[in-house]
Design a protein around this ligand. Structure first.
Ligand SMILES: Nc1ncnc2c1ncn2[C@@H]1O[C@H](COP(=O)(O)OP(=O)(O)OP(=O)(O)O)[C@@H](O)[C@H]1O
Ligand SMILES: Cc1ncsc1CCO
Ligand SMILES: [Mg+2]
Length: 267
């Protein structure tokens, strides 16, 4: 089977299985993230109360931890969730929003890494900062580096934490121990809608909660968002309509659209 077909089958599998994705994410993107998951066929739940975290991780198919609007209470929620996921082998995604911006973020991220995220998805600045907390170049939550600059940093994270790393940007680069993907879909206007990286992480959660091959699942999730994004841009007047059109495209995308627009290389 071609890679295009395989990844499309995974998109369909998420629609059929409708995985429950437990998100501990930030206040900015909760709504868009839940809508992106629903549009792709998954079932989102946002929950962070300490009293319910363990049960929620147990019933969910996957967990997504996003430190965007971190505070002390939520940090503890994240530790409980990540520890539970690691213990019961539930796949989980770490989105290190704003890594390197403050020592608080870096400290929490360092602790979360000890629970071996299945996938880490961040922009290039965040991945670099995550690997070298002593030399930070993150400026807020937007990337100031290119995906390529972050490859060495990502490789280090892959080896040290036995994880998959996805560096998002103009090219999405997915690295694991034995294979890598470069995906050249998406559109620059996507950086003008808040939280599309967060949606990428959440979709990755839905796919790794459904698909056994976590690297391929990550590639399918990133391909879906990139293609849906570039097709949605064609129907948009600016970031406002893009946000809405992207949700529609995640829901409506056809096999023909997916397979004919996919720009992916595997190595
Ligand atoms: N310059 C670009 N050209 C084409 N597509 C892009 C570009 N930048 C981002 N994208 C698309 O947007 C997606 C989200 O990636 P991005 O790196 O912007 O996330 P992020 O910085 O974490 O965003 P946020 O923190 O706002 O959620 C990428 O996977 C890609 O499809
Ligand atoms: C703008 C912003 N600030 C904290 S989280 C977030 C959403 C993008 O990650
Ligand atoms: Mg981000």
């Amino acid at each position: 089977m071609t890679m295009e077909k395989t990844l499309w089958q995974q998109v369909q599998l998420v629609r059929q299985k409708s995985p429950l994705v437990h998100n501990i994410t930030n206040y900015v993107v909760m709504n868009n993230t839940a809508n992106a998951l629903l549009a792709a066929g998954a079932s989102p739940i946002m929950a962070h109360a300490h009293s319910e975290i363990k049960e929620m991780v147990n019933i969910a198919h996957s967990l997504v931890i996003n430190i965007g609007t971190l505070d002390e209470y939520w940090a503890e929620s994240m530790f409980i969730a990540a520890e539970t996921a690691n213990t019961i082998h539930k796949p989980w995604v770490l989105d290190p929003v704003g890594a390197g911006a403050t020592s608080f973020r870096d400290q929490i991220l360092h602790q979360l890494l000890q629970f071996h995220p299945t996938v880490i998805r961040g922009n290039a600045s965040e991945i670099i900062a995550l690997s070298k907390t002593n030399k930070t170049i993150t400026k807020g939550v937007d990337s100031t580096a290119e995906s390529n600059d972050a490859v060495d940093a990502a490789q280090m994270l892959v080896n040290q934490y036995n994880t998959i790393v996805c560096i998002s940007g103009e090219t999405d680069i997915i690295l694991s121990k034995n294979q890598s993907f470069h995906i050249r879909n998406g559109h620059p206007l996507m950086t003008k809608v808040t939280g599309l990286g967060c949606s990428a992480s959440a979709l990755t959660g839905a796919f790794i909660g459904t698909i056994e091959d976590k690297v391929s699942g990550t590639a399918a999730a990133m391909s879906l968002l990139g293609i849906a994004g570039e097709l949605a841009v064609r129907e948009s007047k600016g970031p406002g309509s893009l946000q809405v059109n992207l949700i529609d495209k995640l829901y409506n995308i056809t096999e023909e659209e997916f397979t004919s627009h996919l720009k992916i290389e595997r190595s």
